[in-house]
Unconditional design. Structure first.
Length: 98
């Protein structure tokens, strides 16, 4: 299991811990990822970005979880290449786990 920490310009800290498992050659690489919110007092709404839909489609961005501050976390089973996002101080930040 690997550990990735990401820091935004807004001094946000969202950490992702990932565990990869190779599946059949015709499928994407599966990941188990843990997102950790290290903001002291800001909950994070984490969204999965569905790139198969147009940017203006209402289901393009799906709420994955609301992560509480001060070490709150969310565990996700996803695939290599999936992208997530969250907003802090009015700016959207993007996360692509390893």
């Amino acid at each position: 299991m690997g550990f990735l920490s990401l820091k935004s310009a807004a001094l946000a800290f969202l950490a992702a811990v990932g565990n990869t498992a190779l599946v059949s050659a015709q499928e994407a690489e599966a990941l188990k990822v843990m997102f950790v919110n290290e903001f002291p007092d800001t909950p994070i709404d984490l969204y999965w970005e569905n790139h198969s839909l147009d940017d203006d489609h209402p289901e393009r961005r799906k709420l994955e979880a609301r992560i509480p501050p001060r070490g709150g976390w969310h565990s996700s089973e996803t695939f290599n290449g999936h992208e997530f996002s969250y907003i802090v101080d009015g700016k959207r930040h993007f996360v692509t786990p390893p």
